[in-house]
Design a protein around this ligand. Structure first.
Ligand SMILES: [Zn+2]
Length: 544
């Protein structure tokens, strides 16, 4: 065998210990061992990379993110610290756009900018362009008048708070399904090639962070088109697994959510499933259902009322029978079902439906619950019994800590973001970022999950938060081996073994050997996906 690529002189982390080198043939790992042994596979044309002592881990897998949303953002508002700063950023972006082109902003929060942007003030700075500013949680957005006009939203548009269609025409605020509808509409108006080009740049950035595989956790037709354009042209820098959103969004008279439409949409998704199923770069993995909103917006469905809003317990977006029908359709089509459920009431409803429909087969199709932010002992026990995977976002607890402490009672906090309890109970878990809501860097996620840093000048009782720290090893596992399991590909990725995909990341230091604070200094030196180098920051390399 002559290798195509050999990495040598490093510390390669394998399930059976540390090796010095590995050889790649085609898209697979062909040999792992000492540098002396592996270099024997070098020949004319073998690309040799001296690792210079770098650590090599399996390429990271992010089980939950939304890269197209990030790719389409024109104005990143996460750094904005005032409303006037937001407006001047929007004005600048609007001037760079052609007439009729949308301006998409993302990342504001009222805590950071001291209020919410409004429709009329956006009108002043938008130069006649349609503007949509998504809040950092993506569950809420503010539109200007031109955008609302294109969206056909007027004062007469029916609002259905229970169903999550929340519109305030005067302020331009759209929440939950109304925000989702606006974002989808904007994506649909953007030509496929433009989406594909911007998506490729975003996926390239993800590869430079050490990611080899990402799961798009709520892809619509718009995402699928863009991925397919890139895939056909061989331009995908990372592997993509897609969860198709089974969400009925229409401008229909009665409601944005129409269960009959949701089911017929799901039927067409089931047909789509077979289109790409055998490809190692792009694959439809399953479907995504949304059962509640977010804690930040107080739309997550809780058993108890919100501590900071008496009488409010959030809303379930589907009735039990609707949910059962959706789960049943997907399950019988052999699709993995991933249900967005943040509050304990939503998690319970999700488990009820999964138990009704799938029973023992949950673990076969590896159905998942996304986020699992507020749980209970009973819910955790049921997840383990049913074999339902908890899909957790490693940075959420850190980003949400102050907000969660306001929203939830001390009783609820005991099982909030309970990553350690889940792992100790033996629930299968997988990790993700929910990028762009959080930083996509796997190392940042590992740090936040293991360190759970406190806010500056923290006062009060943070034991609920600190007690749920997990080890660095567990956090890395959630983004490698356990993530591979969650996408049914544990035989192909998630560890460095002969025969698996050559999906690798070289790091300046092995996170398992670094101190907690040292994690922040680790550099991603190289990312290899399917044997191809996608990112390289080592010194210049030779060819044999
Ligand atoms: Zn998400």
């Amino acid at each position: 065998m002559q290798a195509d690529l050999i990495l040598y002189g490093g510390r390669v982390a394998t399930p059976s210990g540390v090796a010095e080198a590995l050889a790649v043939k085609g898209d697979r790992i062909a040999a792992v061992g000492s540098s002396g042994r592996v270099l024997r596979f070098a020949g004319l044309g073998t690309h040799l990379v001296d690792l210079g002592g770098a650590a090599v881990l399996p390429g990271f897998i992010d089980c939950h993110m939304h890269p197209l949303t990030e790719a389409m953002v024109d104005v990143n508002l996460t750094s904005a610290r005032s409303l006037s700063e937001v407006y001047s950023m929007v004005r600048k972006a609007a001037r760079e756009k052609a007439r009729g082109e949308w301006v998409l902003g993302f990342g504001w929060s009222e805590a950071a900018i001291g209020g919410e942007p409004t429709r009329s003030e956006l009108d002043e700075v938008s130069e006649g362009r349609p503007v949509l500013l998504a809040r950092v949680c993506l569950h809420s957005a503010v539109a200007n008048s031109r955008a609302l006009e294109l969206l056909k939203i007027s004062r007469r548009t029916p609002v259905d708070e229970e169903k999550g269609v929340i519109i305030d025409y005067d302020s331009g605020v759209l929440k939950e399904l109304a925000a989702e509808y606006a974002l989808r509409y904007m994506l649909r108006q953007t030509p496929s090639e433009v989406k594909a080009r911007r998506l490729q740049a975003t996926l390239g950035k993800l590869a430079s962070l050490g990611l080899a595989t990402i799961v798009d956790a709520a892809a619509g037709i718009e995402e699928l088109q863009a991925y397919r354009v890139l895939h056909k042209a061989g331009r995908l820098p990372v592997r993509v697994r897609v969860l198709l959103r089974a969400l009925a969004v229409s401008t229909g008279r009665r409601s944005f959510t129409d269960p009959i439409r949701a089911v017929s949409l799901l039927d067409s998704l089931v047909d789509l499933k077979d289109v790409l199923v055998e490809d190692s770069w792009l694959r439809i993995q399953g479907i995504k259902l949304f059962l509640d909103g977010s804690l930040g917006a107080r739309t997550a469905a809780l058993e108890e009322e919100y501590r900071d809003k008496p009488g409010c317990r959030g809303e379930l977006l589907h009735t039990p029978s609707e949910l059962r029908e959706l789960v049943s359709k997907a399950h019988s089509a052999g699709l993995q079902v991933c249900i967005h459920a943040i509050g304990d009431r939503a998690v319970k409803a999700a488990l009820d439906a999964l138990e009704d429909v799938a029973r023992k087969e949950c673990s076969k199709l590896r159905h998942r619950i996304e986020h699992c932010q507020v749980l209970s002992r009973e819910l955790i026990a049921r997840m383990r019994e049913l074999g339902v995977i908890a899909s957790i976002q490693l940075s959420f607890a850190t980003s949400d800590r102050e907000m969660a402490a306001c929203r939830l009672s001390s009783r609820q906090l005991e099982h909030a973001y309970p990553w350690k309890l889940l792992l100790e109970a033996g629930v299968k878990c997988c990790g993700g970022s929910d990028y762009p809501i959080e930083d996509a860097s796997p190392l940042t996620g590992v740090y936040n999950a293991a360190a759970r840093p406190l806010p500056p000048e923290a006062r009060g009782d943070w034991s609920w938060y600190l007690s749920q720290r997990i080890s660095v090893r567990q956090a890395v596992d959630l983004l490698t081996a356990s993530a591979a399991y969650a996408i049914h590909e544990e035989n192909l990725m998630g560890s460095i073994e002969e025969g698996k995909y050559a999906d690798l990341v070289a790091l300046s230091e092995n996170p398992l050997e670094a101190s907690l604070e040292g994690l922040k200094r680790i550099k991603v030196l190289m990312t290899v996906v399917g044997g191809g180098i996608r990112h390289l920051q080592l010194r210049p390399q030779s060819r044999a």
